[in-house]
Write a protein that binds this ligand. Structure first.
Ligand code: AMP
Length: 430
């Protein structure tokens, strides 16, 4: 029988790598708490319509990449429904915001999430079909200040702080404004017109985008298309006064907070719901998939999916890419050692297995990291097993059991000593 493997684009996360994943999550939770964000968890699948209406029908995500299926009715009272594994989490959060009337409090909602997302993309380094995002949203009624450029600046400053606290060196923030919905529509028309004379010279994908969604042409990575794209009109020239002022206030606040950024007028991002500020943090070490995270404002999203007016701004960090970046850095600096076991308990004889389990429980309750051997092992095998993973071996033979004085060997120093059971925890912690 053919052996079964993880599905293309998915992978298992194994220890010790998962330690790093957990450390990143812990740091993110701590930073979010300091900025007064609370955690939200939304379902991993949603009604397909949610993504079509929010992310946009013409985007790559919705048109090509979603894992969608017709879910059969189980009872007469149920309807067959089209469901989709979430390709991103902002739509789910805004749906929940509307469903639970979170705007009714009149307060700004600051919500973060951590979880897997699913897109049928061509797998490569840093790009998977199941990947993880750490994201956050600041959303609320305009009266709560949700449209304020200060919110944008605060979110960006928080991201800079998070990347710094994770020890990520050399990140860059790219920033743009795509304007209001009206500015975008105006720019779309200008761009569509400007594309007509050059459409024969650009790639197949762009030829399609030039008709369906001209903004997407700016995302094109095909090298031959770049000189043509560079000559196209810039979105900055289509921004209304309001959008310009908003963006100027965002950059001024960033300047005073000392957060450095680079303006990039081609940063329109792959999702339709963005308005005004859009941004990406990139890292040179990631290769082709160099975006660590992306986000922006989505002032009309709530209304687009049937909710009240609720401007907002959010981002999603690619957790897989954070891990890759930190791993590459650690390698460069000689990897930090993974956590070692404090003590390996070696019972000498199967009759001592149960006693060894009790001892292990005591040590673990005292906060030590403990591995438990087996009485069927010969002493040599116990030593070999312990030496690979633990700082010390604790030998538990009949003598030790009777006298209550254990034999402990330290692998680093080679010293072997007798330690009374009552002093063992303190000794092992030393
Ligand atoms: P997006 O939701 O497309 O704005 O993506 C936000 C971030 O999620 C990106 O900057 C990446 O870091 C990460 N990301 C998006 N798609 C993938 C993928 N297929 N595999 C791994 N990370 C991804």
């Amino acid at each position: 029988m053919a052996t079964l493997k993880a599905v293309r684009g998915t992978r298992d996360l194994l220890p010790p790598e998962t330690e790093l994943w957990n450390r990143i999550e812990t740091t993110a939770r701590a930073v979010f708490a300091r900025y007064n964000f609370g955690e939200i968890q939304t379902p991993i699948f949603e009604d397909t319509t949610l993504f079509a209406r929010s992310v946009g029908e013409e985007t790559d995500i919705v048109s090509k990449e979603m894992f969608t299926w017709e879910d059969r009715a189980r009872a007469q009272s149920e309807k067959t429904q089209s469901l989709t594994l979430r390709p991103e989490n902002t739509a789910g959060v805004v749906r929940a915001y509307i469903e639970h009337g979170l705007g009714e409090s009149g307060q700004l909602q600051k919500l973060y999430y951590i979880g897997p997302q699913f897109r049928r993309e061509r797998p490569q380094k840093g790009r998977y079909r199941q990947f993880w995002q750490i994201g956050a949203e600041v959303i609320g009624p305009p009266s709560a200040g949700s449209e304020s450029p200060l919110r944008d600046a605060e979110v960006l400053e928080m991201l800079a702080t998070l990347l710094d606290e994770l020890g990520i060196k050399g990140w860059a923030l790219e920033l743009n404004s795509v304007g209001s919905a009206a500015d975008r529509a105006k720019y779309n028309d200008i761009l569509r017109a400007a594309l007509i004379p050059v459409v024969g010279q650009i790639c197949q994908d762009c030829q399609r985008r030039a008709v369906t969604n001209p903004l997407r042409v700016l995302d094109c990575k095909v090298p031959e298309d770049q000189p043509i794209i560079e000559t196209l009109p810039k979105i900055g020239d289509s921004l209304g006064e309001d959008s310009k002022e908003h963006f100027a206030a965002v950059t001024a606040a960033l300047d005073s907070a000392g957060v450095t950024y680079k303006l990039n007028q081609r940063l329109v991002r792959g999702l339709d719901y963005y308005t005004r500020t859009t941004f990406e943090f990139t890292h040179g070490g990631l290769g082709a998939q160099n975006a660590l995270l992306g986000g922006g404002r989505y002032d009309g999203l709530s209304e687009a999916i049937g909710g009240p007016k609720a401007p907002g701004i959010g981002f999603a960090i690619g957790l897989d890419r954070l891990v890759l970046t930190i791993q590459a850095q650690n390698l460069a600096q000689k990897a930090a050692p993974t956590q070692v076991v404090d003590a390996y308990i070696a019972p000498l004889g199967e009759s001592l297995n149960a006693v060894a389990l009790v001892l292990a429980r005591e040590l673990r309750q005292a906060g030590l990291r403990v591995e438990l051997g087996d009485g069927s092992f010969r002493l040599k095998k116990s030593f070999e097993a312990a030496n690979k993973i633990a700082r010390r071996i604790v030998i538990l033979g009949e003598d030790e059991h009777r006298s209550g004085i254990l034999t402990v060997k330290d692998f680093a120093t080679g010293a072997q000593v007798k330690v009374p059971r009552g002093e063992l925890v303190e000794f092992l912690k030393g």
